[in-house]
Design a protein around this ligand. Structure first.
Ligand code: HAM
Length: 462
């Protein structure tokens, strides 16, 4: 700044400067846009979906794998594709202190492919079935169910070319949702292989060139026309969707092998009684897919300009990528997989108020009155925990009312109450939290009395 300008500047009163500094220090931090804290009440939903993902993966023979959050930027540029939205618009990338171009993981598949190649998994008995779960980062415009950090449950099968692998993945995804009582539709299509897609793309470009003379496309589609014409088909803009209705369909251009593969996948799904919708516009937004692509869709009611409309929400998606491992420097290895967005799954469970089975149902709460009882219950709590009971307590609270309120909040079935009188008599009170009925029992018989009640309740629940 020139000296004269500095001289002419009015000095700020010291008081103002101090006030500003104090205010700045007091300003609260908030989380970044599009990021989310998972607070206490939401944990039970996470426990539920993570347990379901773990159980299904284990059952179908997938082994858990973890990969770093940071990878080389080039990994995604080459695999996901430089012109995809994820890489060209949404990726968090930077140059690190050693001058290397780095990216925060926007999707799991490229890192899993890298890991498969880097650790020579080609020499393991094939197929290699991977189960992965973790955070992903995409700098998207945040809205309900769309975050800049989200979590996916991912399954990948390497080294299996048979359509049974595609069908098994769709089956697992379908089971995941139906066992969580979430209604979904499976949309499925085939994008063919390099060879059949070549002929199809020529036809598609010809069609869009012709229609372009009469119709208006959105700005994204104008770019896609030159960079990734297949994606013209899944544009969400109304004007672009009108045009695509007349576009040639990829399934009509599949080569014999790709058609045969697709038919077999559909036959397996029919045999397994899995409903699906053939969707010839489904191409998925990632470059590596070959043959089968699928998406798990949930229909959502929403109001737009006062009119109730149905919106499609993608809860998961995946497909086959038979060329990717070789393209990324590995031996030719077929592959397929899917990713499910867990935040969206949890939103669905909450929205539909789906009851969570066993949610606090068998908790035993220990309540006490007076210091001596508190000491005794403190020890009993440890003893019961070791004996395998699902015990809870609020030893810092003195009032019995406050303790019972806490027991209620947790959804406890039985509360054991120890007061001065019981302490002297060698007894304890057992309270059924639903009916409010209290019985005095012999302190020594706590376990037998509790087990008896738990068994009786199990029989009623059956
Ligand atoms: P994707 O379709 O990009 O596929 O993401 C899969 C799922 O992640 C979506 O269906 C959605 O539920 C969830 N998801 C994506 N972006 C967000 C977001 N910003 N906020 C919340 N949820 C989101 C893939 O990522 C592929 N790697 C899947 C795959 C695995 N294909 C083969 N193997």
């Amino acid at each position: 700044m020139p000296r004269t300008a500095k001289k002419n500047q009015k000095a700020k009163p010291v008081k103002n400067v101090i006030n500003k500094a104090v205010k700045k220090r007091k300003d609260k931090f908030s989380r970044l846009r599009g990021m989310k804290d998972v607070l206490f009440d939401e944990q039970k939903y996470w426990d539920l979906v993570v347990r379901k993902a773990n159980d299904l993966s284990c059952f179908y023979g997938f082994k858990k794998i973890q990969t770093p959050i940071l990878e080389k930027l080039e990994l995604y540029e080459r695999s996901t594709g430089k012109v995809t939205d994820i890489v060209s618009k949404e990726m968090y990338s930077f140059i690190d202190k050693s001058g290397e171009k780095i990216a925060l993981r926007p999707e799991a598949t490229p890192g899993l492919v890298r890991s498969y190649i880097e650790h020579g998994m080609f020499s393991l008995p094939q197929p290699v079935k991977m189960f992965w779960m973790g955070p992903l980062f995409r700098h998207e415009k945040p809205q309900s169910g769309r975050y800049r950090q989200h979590t996916q449950f991912d399954l990948e099968i390497f080294g299996e070319a048979s359509p049974i692998a595609d069908a098994q993945l769709i089956l697992i995804a379908y089971n995941f949702f139906s066992e969580l009582q979430i209604n979904v539709q499976i949309h499925i299509n085939s994008v063919g292989c390099k060879e059949c897609r070549k002929t199809y793309l020529e036809k598609l470009i010809e069609f869009y060139k012709e229609r372009g003379k009469r119709s208006k496309f959105c700005n994204d589609c104008k770019k896609r026309f030159a960079t990734n014409p297949l994606r013209l088909l899944d544009c969400k803009e109304e004007s672009c969707q009108e045009v695509r209705e007349d576009a040639p369909q990829l399934v009509d251009y599949l080569c014999d092998d790709c058609r045969d593969h697709f038919i077999k996948v559909l036959e397996y799904l029919d045999e397994l009684d899995i409903p699906y919708n053939l969707n010839s516009f489904l191409v998925r937004g990632l470059d590596y897919y070959t043959r089968t692509v699928f998406e798990v869709i949930s229909l959502e009611e929403m109001e737009e300009k006062g009119v109730s409309q149905k919106r499609q929400i993608s809860l998961g998606g995946g497909g086959r990528y038979d060329d990717l491992v070789e393209y990324m420097g590995g031996q030719p290895t077929p592959g397929c997989g899917f990713g499910i967005g867990l935040e969206r799954v949890i939103l669905k469970i909450k929205e539909k108020n789906i009851p969570i089975k066993g949610d606090g149902g068998d908790f035993i709460f220990l309540a006490q009155l007076g210091e001596q009882s508190r000491r005794k219950m403190f020890l009993l709590f440890e003893e019961m925990r070791r004996a395998g009971f699902n015990v809870r307590q609020a030893f810092t609270k003195d009032s019995l009312k406050a303790q019972l309120e806490e027991a209620d909040r947790l959804g406890t079935k039985y509360t054991l109450i120890l007061g001065q009188k019981e302490l002297l008599d060698g007894t304890i009170i057992i309270r059924d939290m639903e009916s409010g009925i209290q019985e005095v029992i012999d302190y020594k018989k706590i376990y037998t009395e509790l087990n008896k009640r738990i068994e009786e309740r199990k029989n009623i629940d059956k």
